[in-house]
Design a binder for this molecule. Structure first.
Ligand code: SF4
Length: 72
């Protein structure tokens, strides 16, 4: 996504079965290649993983003021 992926918007490379269409390809973004999943990130199930991602997206929103967003 040339302008970056806005929070709450699925990546355009995400397939219908929720896999990365660029996985293993050299044009996969460097950030994605470098991401190391952790137990904290994945949780015990899909709902916990999505909650972690939603929290991260909220905390890293460009318009997110530290006092309001970091405490969540
Ligand atoms: S790994 Fe990166 S390119 Fe692939 S679907 Fe996720 S955000 Fe998109």
């Amino acid at each position: 996504m040339p302008e970056g992926k806005p929070a709450g918007v699925p990546c355009i490379q995400l397939t219908a079965d929720l896999r990365c269409a660029l996985f293993g390809r050299p044009d996969r973004p460097a950030f994605c290649r470098g991401l190391q999943a952790s137990a904290e990130m994945c949780g015990d199930n899909r709902e916990q993983a999505l909650a972690w991602l939603n929290r991260l997206e909220e905390q890293t929103r460009p318009d997110c003021a530290p006092a309001r967003c970091q405490a969540q």
